[in-house]
Structures are given as structure tokens and as C-alpha cells.
Design a protein around this ligand. Structure first.
Ligand code: PLP
Length: 404
């Protein structure tokens, strides 16, 4: 049995009130809340083992290093990577993509092409455009159909002998669409092209096996996985990471330094310049343990029930327009009511205790493709309940009638 009420007691923030209403937190796509055990893991490092990692022979430094490296092994196991050499800690998904854009981008030449999709988050668009300031890189964009699914015929037609990378989200943060990543990777590989998968919205909603997917790069953020903020992961195939030059220079990423010549550390440290966020990395281990103790598939099933239930109820509201109706989508509902402004809907919902996201969701090219400026977005996580879905619907009805 999925005991959502007992699970909720692990998240103190869910007891909060907003404007005198019980908080209904439906902004999980932006960030998930953090269970007590993760906060305690952070506290434990600060109180008992805080020391810089990979730097000292003393006990605390050794213990802090062991905690960090244990998380690396936990992440490796969680996504079924071959080796911890392939797990690089970053500040988040954004930094992981910037790392690849800068470093893998160094290997590209003028006139090379990268395939993106119209549903990418700015984090998977702008780094490639910045690369385009150093080199003439052509971005090819895969369009979507009216359900919010990628046009796979168009995708296949975009490859040519200048294509050097595909960078695509596993799940859209606006539409909830789950892209056919395995098929897309197979297609890219048949053209000799590696694939970067932005897994920010997939990693806490489905089992991810990077070897089964055969992904070349896979990136995600801890704060969307019930973990601490400030930590992310770049998984990369070893042969690619070895070909790529370092991203940033500094401590920990070197072999030997002199003013004439510097050599670099072996993987994964070559890409981890400076002191990492070792406290949060240590606690990230606890977040993964917590999530897996409940079961990612069971969480997804629970979220899916809420998605189906809420979507049906929402459709009863006059003027409801839902963006993203792909079968098997994740529990993200982007919507508008008639021509009402998304900001007004979001603000009024907040006054009733319901936290949703409003705006372009860092996906302005997608908004342009949809012919809108923004949406309201409600998204579910492991701790949301049917009662909260009902509260959201009731608030939405009220907002809808207030706006006329
Ligand atoms: N990619 C997608 C699909 C996202 O939804 C997000 C954040 O919402 C990001 C990338 C950026 O993640 P972060 O801000 O944690 O680096």
C-alpha cells in the first residue's frame, strides 16, 4: 500500500499555511520539498564531519571524502552507470549542460550542427547558443504535434554529416511529454551522433538506466529529487569524458602544476575544479535512499493517478485549455482558462493556498510555438493527495468564476 499520509509526515513544510489555508504545493516541477532525513543528513555533516574533501590526511577530511564518494557510488548504482569515473558532480542540470557545451563544444568545428527540440528548457538551449559565439554552430530544431509529441519524421530528417550532437529532454517541464529517448538515441547512434539527455524532469518519475538507454550524457539536479539544492550530476560515457578538455581550472582537477605545464587529474576529478558542495552531496545520498525506499515506479503510479483524476476534473471547468496531452505523460499540467492571464490565475490560486508556477517556464521557444506567452502549471510529487487535487480544483473553480 502507498501510504501517502505517513509519507507526508516526513515533510514538515507540508504542514504550513498560506493566507490561512493549508498549503497545497503543486510546483514540484520547479523543485520538490525535502524530507526530514535529508535535512538531518546535512545537519550531521555540519555538526560532525565537516572538512574539505580530498585534501587532508586527518580523520574528518577522510570521513567527508568517504561520504562524498559514497554518494558518487550511490548515483552510479541508481542510474546503472558502468563506473564512478562517469559520474561528475555539478551545481545542477544547468551547469552539467554548460559543462558539456563548453567542453564537448571545444571538439566541434565551424559549420557543425546540433539537434535540439522545440520543447527544451532554456538550460538546454542557451549554452549551445553561447557555444555559437565561439564557433559557427547550427542548431536544428525538432517540432512537435498538437499533443505535444516530437515529430519523429522531422527528427530523422535532420541528420547529416555535419550533425555532431543531439541534446533533448527526457521529459518536458511544460507539456509532461515523455520523449522516446531510447529510440532517439538509437537513431542518433546509427548516424554516428552522441546524445545528451536532459533528465531533470525524468529522474524522479521513472527508472533511468543509462546503459539500457545507451545515453552518452545524462544530466539531472538533486533539488528535483527531494534532495538538497546546489547539487547536480553529469553522467558521461568514459570515452567521451576522456576526449573532452577540462571545463574549469582550479584545485582538485589537476595532476601536476607548474608555470610551464599543467596536467589534469583522472576522471571524474578532471571536471570537478574547486571545493565541491560536499555537504549537500553527502545528503543527496540520503535523498536517493529515501526515494528508492518508496520506489520510483510506485511514486510514478501515484502521481499518474493524481494526474488522471485532476485532468478529468479540470476539463469540466469552462474555457479550460490544457497544453500537452501526449499519452503516458508525466504528472505536469500546463493550462490556461479562456484568455485569462496566467499570472492572475496563479496569484489568485496562491491567495487560496495553492502554489503553482506561472509564466514561460524557461521555455520561451515552446511558448512561441504554442502561440502563447505563458501558462499556469500544476505538477505533482510523491506526497500530493487526492484531497489536495480536490482543493486545487475547488480553488480553480473559484478563481475561474472570480475572473468571469
Ligand atoms: N531542464 C529541465 C527540463 C528543467 O525542467 C530544468 C528546471 O526546471 C532545468 C533543465 C534546469 O535545472 P536546474 O535549474 O536545476 O539546473
Amino acid at each position: 500500500m502507498y501510504d501517502v499520509n505517513s509519507l507526508r509526515s516526513d515533510f514538515p513544510i507540508l504542514e504550513r499555511q498560506v493566507y490561512g489555508h493549508p498549503l497545497v504545493y503543486l510546483d514540484n516541477t520547479a523543485t520538490t520539498q525535502t524530507p526530514r532525513c535529508v535535512v538531518e543528513a546535512i545537519e550531521n555533516v555540519y555538526y560532525n564531519t565537516k572538512a574539505n574533501v580530498h585534501r587532508g590526511v586527518h580523520t574528518l577530511s577522510q570521513e567527508a571524502t568517504d561520504l562524498q564518494e559514497a554518494t558518487r557510488e550511490r548515483v552510479r548504482e541508481f542510474i546503472n552507470a558502468k563506473s564512478t569515473e562517469e559520474i561528475i558532480f555539478t551545481r545542477g542540470t544547468t551547469e552539467a549542460i554548460n559543462l558539456v557545451a563548453s567542453s564537448y563544444g571545444d571538439l566541434l568545428e565551424n559549420g557543425d550542427e546540433i539537434i535540439l527540440t522545440v520543447m527544451e528548457h532554456h538550460a538546454n538551449i542557451v549554452p549551445w547558443q553561447l557555444l555559437g559565439r565561439r564557433k559557427r554552430i547550427i542548431l536544428r530544431i525538432v517540432p512537435i504535434n498538437e499533443k505535444g509529441e516530437l515529430d519523429m519524421v522531422a527528427y530523422r530528417s535532420l541528420f547529416n554529416d555535419r550533425t555532431k550532437l543531439v541534446a533533448v529532454c527526457h521529459v518536458s517541464n511544460v507539456l509532461g511529454t515523455v520523449n522516446p529517448i531510447k529510440e532517439m538515441i538509437a537513431e542518433a547512434h546509427s548516424n554516428g551522433v552522441p546524445v545528451l539527455v536532459d533528465g531533470a524532469q525524468a529522474i524522479s518519475h521513472m527508472k533511468v538506466d543509462v546503459q539500457d538507454l545507451n545515453a552518452d550524457f545524462y544530466v539531472f539536479s538533486s533539488h528535483k529529487m527531494y534532495g538538497p539544492s546546489g547539487v547536480g550530476v553529469l553522467y558521461g560515457k568514459k570515452y567521451l569524458l576522456e576526449m573532452m578538455p577540462p571545463y574549469q581550472g582550479g584545485g582538485e582537477m589537476i595532476g601536476q602544476v607548474s608555470f610551464d605545464h599543467t596536467t589534469f587529474a583522472a576522471l571524474p576529478f578532471k571536471f570537478e575544479a574547486g571545493t565541491p558542495d560536499f555537504v549537500d552531496i553527502a545528503a543527496f545520498h540520503t535523498a536517493i535512499d529515501y526515494m528508492t525506499s518508496i520506489g520510483v515506479e510506485r511514486i510514478a503510479e501515484h502521481e499518474h493517478e493524481l494526474l488522471t483524476y485532476t485532468t478529468e476534473k479540470m476539463m469540466e471547468i469552462p474555457g479550460m485549455r490544457i497544453f500537452g496531452t501526449a499519452p503516458g505523460k508525466c504528472a505536469v499540467i500546463s493550462f490556461l482558462i479562456g484568455n485569462e492571464h496566467h499570472y492572475d490565475i496563479g496569484m489568485l490560486l496562491d491567495k487560496l493556498g495553492v502554489a503553482v508556477r506561472t509564466g514561460h517556464h524557461c521555455a520561451q521557444p515552446l511558448m512561441s510555438a504554442l502561440g502563447i506567452e505563458g501558462t499556469v502549471r500544476a505538477s505533482f510529487a510523491m506526497y500530493n493527495t487526492k484531497a489536495e487535487a480536490d482543493a486545487f480544483i475547488a480553488a480553480l473553480r473559484r478563481v475561474s468564476s472570480m475572473l468571469g
